[in-house]
Design a protein. Structure first.
Length: 196
């Protein structure tokens, strides 16, 4: 079952559809990828579809509610066998998998529809980003959707920007993408591609 068609640019509202558009380019059948923040399972589902039956996805979340919801979504699409779900923080990924990842996706902030006091934190996200960059295959990407407009989001934004600025070219190519006709605290995307 196909998710969104690649040519459907009418849905390119906000940063998540932009990340999904990029993931469709970078993640191939047989690939390995991580959803560092499962949330409602949408990124995990897309990654599971993209890696195909011979690929593998790992999904992390500290909230059991998010892990369980993601498992149900994957099962409903017949893709559960492609994904290992981990009820733990994304800062534990390096101890659970090996290098060679096509993509590591972060959708920062809080679980949509969940407890808004449970958010991603700069310290654990920074540790996860350091691990993610070392786990990437050449040409692989770290894709972050950053949400500065909630309590704690601005501190995380500053940490992400500092991390991205430290990545040296040509070892990494880093892009920041956001809507120019949105407010200053609107969500945006940071993409870091490991050099080939």
């Amino acid at each position: 079952m196909s998710l969104e068609p690649l040519h459907d640019i009418t849905r390119l509202r906000g940063p998540v559809p932009l990340v999904h558009l990029l993931l469709r380019h970078f993640v191939r059948s047989g690939g390995r990828a991580v959803d560092a923040t499962c949330g409602n399972g949408n990124d995990t589902l897309l990654l599971a579809e993209l890696v195909g039956p011979t690929g593998r996805v790992w999904g992390f979340d500290i909230q059991q509610e998010a892990v369980d919801g993601t498992a149900r979504k994957l099962a409903a699409h017949g893709l559960g066998e492609r994904v290992t779900l981990v009820a733990a923080g994304h800062e534990t990924m390096a101890g659970r998998l090996e290098a060679g990842l096509s993509a590591v996706v972060f959708n920062l902030g809080y679980l949509p529809g969940g407890d808004r006091s449970i958010i991603t934190r700069p310290a654990t996200t920074a540790a996860a980003l350091e691990q993610a960059q070392s786990l990437l295959a050449p040409g692989g990407i770290v894709a972050l959707t950053v949400y500065p407009g909630h309590k704690g989001g601005d501190a995380e934004r500053h940490m992400v920007e500092e991390w991205a600025a430290r990545l040296q070219a040509p070892l990494f190519h880093v892009w920041r993408m956001g809507q120019t006709n949105a407010t200053a605290d609107a969500p945006y995307v940071v993409i870091a591609q490991k050099g080939v």
